[in-house]
Ligand binder design. Structure first.
Ligand SMILES: Cc1cc2nc3c(=O)[nH]c(=O)nc-3n(C[C@H](O)[C@H](O)[C@H](O)COP(=O)(O)O)c2cc1C
Length: 240
C-alpha cells in the first residue's frame, strides 16, 4: 500500500534526533500519562522498518510499580552473580546503578523473537513486495535474517528513545544481563536486546558529547577519489 506524500520540514528530523541525550538520575514523578506512553510505543512499533517486513521486534512496557518490580528482580538475580565473580565493592557500585534505574518511572525491554523471523519470513503472509523476488526459496543463510532483525530492533530503540525525550521525559539505553523472564511475559525462546529506562528529569540536561570530526568519519567518493568535506572545502584524504 502506498501512502500520500506528507511534507515534513527537512530540519524537523535532525532537530528531533539532536534533542536526544542519555539522561540518568530520572525520577518517577512524570507528567505524561500512561496512555500517552503506550500510544508512543504503539506508534514506534507501527512505523519502524524491518527486513522483509518481518516485524520481529517486541516492546514490553513496564510502568510504575511493575517497573520497580522489574528492577527488584534484576537486583535479586544480579547480586549473587556479582558477589561471586566481582566481590562486594563491585556489587555496591552496580546495586547503586540498578537502584537509580528503579527510581525511574518505566522500562521498555526490547525483545527480538526468532519465531517472528522464521515464522513471518517463511510464511506467505510476509507482506513486503520484494518477497516475490525470492521465488519462494530462502537463498541466504538464516543467520543473515537474525542479523537484520537485530538491526531493526536497534532502529526501534533509537526511535522510541527520541520519541520519549520529545515528550519531555529523560531516557537512557541499558543492557542488563539479569532481566526478568517469564514473570514479565518474556519467554525463554526470546532474546532481550536492550532496555530503555525513562522518567522525569531531575537535573540539568547533559551537553552533547564530543564527536570525532566529520572529516574523519564521512567520506565522499567523487572524481575518482575519496574526499573529506569540511567547511565547504573538499580535500582528498585517506580513510582512517
Ligand atoms: C548501542 C548502544 C548501547 C548502549 N548501551 C548503554 C548501556 O548499556 N548503558 C548505558 O548507560 N548507556 C548505554 N549507551 C549510551 C551511550 O553511552 C551514549 O549514547 C553515548 O555515551 C553518547 O551520549 P548521548 O546518548 O548523550 O549522545 C548505549 C548507546 C548505544 C548507541
Amino acid at each position: 500500500m502506498t501512502s500520500p506524500l506528507r511534507p515534513v520540514k527537512s530540519s524537523t528530523y535532525p532537530e528531533a534526533v539532536k534533542h536526544r541525550r542519555s539522561i540518568s538520575g530520572v525520577t518517577d514523578k512524570i507528567s505524561v500519562s500512561d496512555d500517552r506512553i503506550v500510544e508512543i510505543v504503539n506508534d514506534v512499533i507501527q512505523i519502524c522498518p524491518s527486513s522483509w517486513n518481518m516485524q520481529s521486534t517486541r516492546i514490553f512496557v513496564t510502568l510504575g510499580n511493575e517497573h520497580k518490580k522489574f528492577w527488584d528482580t534484576v537486583i535479586s538475580a544480579a547480586k549473587p552473580s556479582f558477589l561471586k565473580s566481582q566481590g562486594e565493592e563491585a556489587w555496591k557500585r552496580n546495586e547503586q546503578r540498578f537502584k537509580y534505574f528503579r527510581d525511574a518511572y518505566g522500562t521498555n525491554p526490547f525483545v527480538f523473537t526468532k519465531l517472528a523471523v522464521s515464522g513471518r519470513f517463511l510464511s506467505s503472509k510476509t507482506t513486503h513486495p520484494s518477497r516475490s523476488c525470492m521465488n519462494g526459496s530462502l537463498t541466504s543463510p538464516f543467520t543473515v535474517f537474525e542479523t537484520f532483525a537485530e538491526h531493526s530492533n536497534a532502529m526501534h530503540q533509537i526511535t522510541l528513545w527520541i520519541a520519549l525525550e520529545l515528550e519531555d521525559l529523560g531516557a537512557s539505553l541499558q543492557h542488563s544481563h539479569f532481566v526478568p523472564g517469564v514473570e514479565f511475559g518474556i519467554l525463554s525462546s526470546w532474546s532481550v536486546k536492550a532496555e530503555i529506562v525513562f522518567g522525569a528529569h531531575s537535573g540539568k540536561r547533559p551537553t552533547a558529547p564530543e564527536k570525532v570530526p566529520v572529516s574523519n568519519t564521512v567520506k565522499v567518493y567523487k572524481w575518482g577519489m575519496w574526499l573529506s568535506r569540511g567547511g565547504g572545502v573538499s580535500i582528498a584524504s585517506v580513510v582512517t
